[in-house]
Design a protein around this ligand. Structure first.
Ligand code: AMP
Length: 117
């Protein structure tokens, strides 16, 4: 998929107006349109990478981790706990093929990583 066809490229570059909970030079964070948990935020690099193993630079991975830290503190779930998930490929349940990390929290999550969190 080219960047011009990519939903998360369009959100990250402002082509699709979206409220960002966090933004820096490398990443944005915004609420998932179909939240599975009280807090369900997506952290997305501005540059297109298909997934976590698409030669993502270390500084971008660090920026993602920093965004998770900022967002979870702002949401008040940093102490109670949360889950970060990056679905990869068809069997991994990835529907948007632009790297993103789901940040899920705000309630007790199932511990078995099964369907439905
Ligand atoms: P995945 O299935 O892991 O690729 O995750 C893609 C996520 O993007 C899903 O949880 C969708 O609900 C979410 N999503 C799709 N379109 C939008 C959108 N326009 N704004 C926010 N989240 C979206």
């Amino acid at each position: 998929m080219s960047d011009s066809d990519c939903l998360f490229c369009k959100i990250a570059n402002g082509e699709i107006p979206t409220d960002f909970l966090y933004e820096d030079d490398l990443v944005v964070a915004f609420r998932d349109i179909n939240p599975l948990t009280p807090t369900h935020v997506l952290v997305v690099p501005k540059k297109h990478y298909d997934n976590i193993c698409d030669n993502v630079p270390a500084e971008t991975l660090a920026a993602i981790a920093h965004a998770v830290d900022v967002v979870t503190k702002a949401e008040g779930i940093d102490k109670t706990g949360y889950r970060c998930v990056t679905n990869t490929g068809d069997d991994g349940g990835q529907s948007v093929h632009h790297l993103h990390v789901h940040v899920l929290g705000g309630r007790k999550l199932r511990g078995d990583m099964g369907e439905g969190m």
